[in-house]
Write a protein that binds this ligand. Structure first.
Ligand code: COI
Length: 355
């Protein structure tokens, strides 16, 4: 499966000086791929368990042309961020939650999955091996991308006879080109993202390419991204192409319930908990597009996106603007979340895994 060179067997073989830093323009990081040094690979033969994985030099992977992932989209991905603290320590945010989500997704996609311990260990090893690519404090984070794919050959439609778990990483900063500026979203009324009974609730790779057409069209019209409606009624808000959505009205914060078409975001769940701690009335339920357009404030959450404030939403040629800026609910919640993620505030919830 893999053609690669110099395969170190254990993390002890990696020796880095703390002041070694990759040659990156840290002030101009966006969310583009910056290839790093190592990736982690672990395989599972049919009906078996995942074997001992290993770090490999980052590089191309070799797949059978009839691999399940290439032919039938049998694959899942995850996203996790590692931050560097001022004192040099490296922090992961709730990687066990990503491991659990991958397990649930794997069950839906008829794939074996790594155990939570295997997953978290692979993520840790990948971050450590690429330590020099973790941005300095305040300059971004190392985005870790675990993939689970049907790597064995199939021709007729069937689960792949072999699966591969691969983890790579890239330093990143802001996801949207807007940076921290509020997003302008377009409510999509032609294309759908996910339908009931489908795979919208898991992080299947096949959920993402189909959103590109609507996303590109909206971007060409000057919008930041697209917000999807439910496929049945075309009335209830679902999620943005790459993140979950929240509305704020007075003391109430609402977000679409995870009913099978909404991705159970780790940032979404964390913000729900933080908002509850702040005394907001948090509701996970259906949110009608009319209610969205009448909100005081709207914001998006996701690992890549963080917490992004929405400045306007356009639906059926009507554009509505929302409260933005430092005094918003999203700014208040984001500051709490980031404080924990960056190790600036006490981790009372046990969300941080130090590497
Ligand atoms: C993430 O937020 O980590 C995601 O996986 C979304 C992706 C489209 C960048």
């Amino acid at each position: 499966f893999l053609s690669s060179s110099s395969l170190p067997q254990a993390r002890e073989q990696f020796v880095y000086s703390d002041d070694e830093s990759a040659d990156v323009d840290w002030d101009n990081l966006g969310f583009g791929l910056v290839p790093t040094d190592y990736m982690y690979i672990m395989k599972c033969a049919k009906e078996g368990n995942f074997e001992q994985g290993q770090l490999n030099r980052y590089g191309k992977v070799e797949l059978s042309p009839s691999a399940g992932v290439l032919n039938y989209g049998q694959g899942l991905f995850e996203g996790i961020k590692a931050c560097r603290k001022e004192d040099g320590r490296l922090l992961l945010f709730r990687p066990d939650q990503n491991a659990i989500r991958m397990k649930i997704g794997a069950e839906r996609m008829c794939m074996p999955s790594p155990s939570v311990d295997q997953f978290v260990d692979a993520v840790k090893q990948t971050v450590l091996a690429n330590k020099r690519w973790v941005p300095p404090p305040g300059k971004g984070s190392l985005y870790v991308r675990p993939l689970l794919m049907g790597s064995g050959p199939v021709l007729g439609l069937a689960p792949s006879p072999e699966h591969t778990f691969l983890v790579y990483a890239s330093p990143v900063c802001n996801y949207f080109k807007e940076g921290f500026a509020p997003l302008n979203l377009y409510v999509e009324d032609e294309f759908d993202r996910a339908s009931p009974g489908g795979t919208g609730g898991v992080k299947a790779i096949s959920n993402y390419a189909p959103v590109l057409k609507a996303q590109i069209r909206a971007k060409n019209r000057g919008f930041s991204d697209v917000l999807y409606l439910d496929t049945v009624n075309k009335r209830y808000v679902e999620e943005v192409s790459c993140c979950n959505i929240f509305i704020v009205k007075g003391n109430m914060i609402a977000t679409p319930a995870t009913n099978g078409t909404i991705l159970a975001g780790v940032t979404r769940r964390s913000i729900i908990e933080i908002a509850g701690d702040h005394g907001y009335q948090v509701e996970e339920r259906r949110v009608a597009v009319d209610e969205l357009m009448d909100a005081d404030e709207v914001f998006c959450t996701g690992t890549a996106v963080g917490v992004a404030s929405v400045g306007s939403i356009t639906y059926h040629n009507t554009k509505v603007e929302f409260r933005t800026g430092a005094k918003t609910v999203s700014a208040e919640l984001y500051s709490d979340l980031v404080g924990i993620q960056k190790g600036l505030s006490e981790d009372k919830k046990g969300w941080i895994v130090e590497i």
